[in-house]
Design a protein around this ligand. Structure first.
Ligand SMILES: [Zn+2]
Length: 227
């Protein structure tokens, strides 16, 4: 019987698989946000009209941003930019993990040499984002209490500057970083691949020699190699 950790690992991997899919539609984003809130019992009021979603869907329709290595510069709110670049960052680190035989933690170690600014950003930003999801502390009868539900932490200095919470829309970067690390911490290193046909990140439920995300891609790959 599959262990609890295994099930959680696959669940988080599947979340990432959908999130990293370039064809994700707006209803898909909504499902992912609600699923995240449910899994982590996050204290966040998700609006069905969350404005990050329309931006993400629009931009993905127009560009191939995560396939190029260039620095993304869009004229949007910094949080929208983060929601976009987090996909590229996570894809990049997964690719790096696959391309070396080392344990995944190496990507975040002191000895890892950084060959680009992008790698440098990934190494430091992703763990920092993970820490933005914090337990809620409040004053209770017996002193300070931690509520079970988590909250998306805020950066005080930025709140002071803008005068409002950073999270008036769903913080995809924090959520994705949490899913990313939890997937790996639960043993995900040997349970993913990049499809040989479409290139998409895909979770596999059994370790092995699988090379495609689906039977459709497998067939298409074979057909295209016959002609
Ligand atoms: Zn595929």
């Amino acid at each position: 019987m599959a262990s609890k950790e295994y099930k959680q690992m696959i669940q988080r991997g599947k979340w990432l698989e959908k999130f990293l899919n370039p064809k994700l539609k707006s209803w898909g984003y909504k499902e992912l946000a609600l699923e995240f809130i449910d899994i982590y019992q996050v204290y966040f009021e998700f609006s069905k009209n969350d404005k990050s979603i329309e931006f993400l869907v629009e931009i993905e329709k127009k560009s191939e941003y995560y396939k190029c290595d260039g620095i993304i510069s869009y004229n949007f709110d910094v949080r929208i930019q983060k929601a976009l670049s987090i996909k590229q960052q996570i894809n990049h680190v997964f690719q790096a993990i696959i391309s070396t035989s080392k344990p995944w933690g190496y990507q975040f170690s002191e000895e890892k040499e950084m060959s680009s600014q992008e790698e440098c950003n990934n190494k430091y930003e992703l763990p920092e984002l993970y820490n933005r999801l914090v337990k809620l502390m409040s004053v209770g009868e017996d002193g300070l209490e931690f509520k079970r539900a988590f909250s998306f932490g805020t950066t005080l200095s930025l709140v002071a500057v803008t005068g409002k919470s950073l999270y008036d829309f769903f913080p995809w970067d924090v959520a994705a970083a949490r899913m990313f690390f939890d997937f790996l911490l639960l043993g995900g290193q040997e349970y993913f691949l990049f499809c040989k046909y479409c290139g998409n990140f895909s979770v596999i439920e059994r370790k092995g020699r699988k090379k495609f995300c689906s039977d459709i891609c497998k067939t298409r790959y074979r057909t295209s190699n016959l002609t």
